[in-house]
Ligand binder design. Structure first.
Ligand code: GDP
Length: 433
C-alpha cells in the first residue's frame, strides 16, 4: 500500500454538488478533524455533516468513510460531497492541504487501484475509455473491458502458452523422443494460442473504429448536395459532439454516430474550398481524403444526367468500400437509373438506410473487444514471437520465444510492464479519476 494520502475533486467545479475524494492512511484522522460527526464509526454510511477548519464552518454536506481494502483504490477512502461552487470546493481543498495529504496526480486513484491489485492494467485503462466514450458502441466495448472480458481472454492465452512451455520443457528433458523437425514437436496448445492472438488482433483492427470513428468521405461534383447531406446527417448531434475535449480530428471533420458507432464525416468539397490553398492542392487533398476514407460516399445528382466529373469520381473510388447515392430524391421520379440508394437531404428519405449501409460496409460492428492501440501493439509483438517459435531450429529456442510472447501479453494485463509505461498510461487520465 502507498504511504501518502491524496485528495482531488472528482466532479467538474461549478455544478450543483462537488465530490471530493481522499485516499490513503490519513483518511480516519482527516475525517475526525474536519467533520462534526465521527463518520469512521459508521463506515460505508453516507451522513450529513458540517465541515470545519476547527473554528470556522466551511460547508454543510455529506460524507462517507470507506475502510480499505474493499474500496476503489484498496485503501481507506473518504468522500466529501459539498456545495458545488468554486469557493466552497476551494475552501475544502485548502483545508485538506493542511492535513498532511497532497493533491492527487491525474489518474492517481485508478493507478493505486491497479498497484493495489484491485484491477488489472487493461481494466484500469478501460476506466478512462468509459469516461471518454462518445458513442454507444465505444462505451459498450469500454465497459466490457472494464468488466474483465479482455483480461479473461488474455489469461486463457497465457494458460495455453504455459501448457506449451511445460510440454516443450518435457520434450527437452527427453531428447530421444524429439522429432527431427522441431516444428512437429511443438504442442497443439501453441498453435491454438497463436490462433487466439490472431483473433484478438483482428478485433483490434475493428476496435480502431470505436476509438477513432469510421472515416467517411463525401464526394461529388459541386451542387450535388454534399453539404446539405452532411448537415442532415449531423443534425441535432452537432452541438453535442463537436466541442468535446480530447478528440483528435481534422478541422474539416464533423463527428457524429450512426447506430452507436462513432463516425467522422468529411466533405471533400470543403477541403477544396478551404483557406488560401490553390485549387490544385485542394483537389489533391480531397483525393487524399478519399484515399484515407474507410468508406467513400459518392453522390450523383438525381436531377441530372451523369457528367464527365461524375465518371471521374466513379473511377477514382473504384475498388474502395463505397456507397453510390442518387441525391435530391424529392425532385426525382421514376425508377433509379443510377446509384445504389436514393436519398433526399430535404425530406430525410433514405438517410437511415444510408447510415445502416455505411456501418455495414465499414465492418465496425463485427465484434471489437480491443479498442486500445497499446494492446494491439502488444498482441502483434506476441504474434511475432510465436511465429518465431514455430520456425525455431531448437526446442530451447522455441521456449525462449514462448516466454517472450508471455512477456508481451503481460504488458496488457500489467503483470509484466515497466514503471514508465504505467506512468504514461495514467498521465492521460483526468484528475480525480
Ligand atoms: P454541394 O455543393 O455538393 O455541397 O451541394 P449543396 O448541399 O450546397 O446543395 C446544392 C443545392 O442543392 C442547394 O441549393 C441545396 O438546397 C440543394 N439540395 C441539396 N440537397 C437537396 C435535396 O435533397 N433536395 C432538394 N430539393 N434540394 C437539395
Amino acid at each position: 500500500m502507498t504511504a501518502d494520502t491524496i485528495y482531488a475533486p472528482s466532479t467538474a467545479i461549478g455544478g450543483a454538488i462537488a465530490l471530493i475524494r481522499v485516499s490513503g492512511p490519513l483518511c480516519p484522522k482527516i475525517a475526525r478533524e474536519m467533520l462534526d460527526r465521527d463518520v469512521t464509526k459508521t463506515p460505508r454510511m453516507l451522513r450529513f455533516v458540517r465541515m470545519t477548519d476547527g473554528e470556522k464552518v466551511l460547508d454543510d454536506g455529506m460524507a462517507c468513510f470507506l475502510p480499505g481494502k474493499a474500496t476503489y483504490t484498496g485503501e481507506d477512502m473518504l468522500e466529501l460531497s459539498c456545495h458545488g461552487g468554486s469557493r466552497t470546493t476551494a475552501r475544502l481543498l485548502e483545508r485538506l492541504s493542511k492535513t498532511g495529504a497532497r493533491p492527487a496526480e491525474p489518474g492517481e486513484f485508478t493507478k493505486r487501484a491497479f498497484l493495489n491489485g484491485k484491477m488489472d492494467l487493461s481494466e484500469a485503462e478501460a476506466v478512462m475509455d468509459v469516461v471518454s466514450a462518445r458513442a454507444e458502441e465505444s462505451l459498450k466495448a469500454a465497459l466490457d473491458q472494464l468488466h474483465g472480458r479482455l483480461k479473461e481472454r488474455i489469461c486463457a492465452i497465457e494458460e495455453l502458452l504455459l501448457d506449451s512451455l511445460s510440454s516443450i520443457d518435457a520434450a527437452v528433458d527427453y531428447p530421444d523422443e524429439v522429432e527431427e523437425d522441431v516444428s512437429l514437436a511443438l504442442p497443439e496448445s501453441l498453435a491454438k494460442a497463436r490462433r487466439e492472438v490472431d483473433v484478438l488482433i483482428a478485433e483490434g483492427r475493428q476496435g480502431r473504429f470505436l476509438r477513432e470513428g469510421v472515416y467517411v468521405a463525401l464526394a461529388g461534383r459541386p451542387n450535388v448536395g454534399k453539404s446539405s447531406l452532411l448537415n442532415a446527417l449531423i443534425g441535432a448531434d452537432r452541438a453535442i459532439v463537436t466541442d468535446l475535449p480530447g478528440t483528435t480530428r481534422d478541422t474539416l471533420d464533423e463527428e457524429t454516430s450512426f447506430f452507436g458507432v462513432p463516425v467522422r464525416l468529411v466533405d471533400t468539397a470543403g477541403i477544396r474550398k478551404s483557406g488560401d490553398l490553390v485549387e490544385r492542392i485542394g483537389i489533391d487533398r480531397a483525393k487524399a481524403a478519399l484515399e484515407r476514407a474507410d468508406v467513400a460516399v459518392l453522390l450523383l445528382d438525381g436531377t441530372q444526367a451523369l457528367s464527365e466529373e461524375d465518371r471521374q469520381l466513379l473511377a477514382l473510388t473504384e475498388g474502395k468500400k463505397r456507397l453510390i447515392l442518387r441525391s435530391k430524391g424529392d425532385l426525382t421520379q421514376g425508377p433509379d437509373d443510377f446509384g445504389e440508394l436514393t436519398i433526399s437531404a430535404k425530406t430525410g428519405e433514405g438517410l437511415e438506410e444510408l447510415k445502416r449501409r455505411v456501418v455495414a460496409l465499414s465492418g465496425a460492428r463485427e465484434g471489437a473487444a480491443i479498442t486500445n492501440e497499446r494492446h494491439v501493439k502488444a498482441l502483434e509483438n506476441a504474434a511475432a514471437a510465436l511465429s518465431h517459435a514455430r520456425s525455431a531450429t531448437e526446442l530451447t529456442l522455441a521456449a525462449t520465444d514462448v516466454r517472450e510472447a508471455l512477456h508481451h501479453l503481460g504488458a496488457i494485463t500489467g503483470r509484466d510492464v515497466d514503471g514508465d509505461v504505467i506512468d504514461r498510461i495514467f498521465e492521460r487520465f483526468c484528475v480525480g479519476k
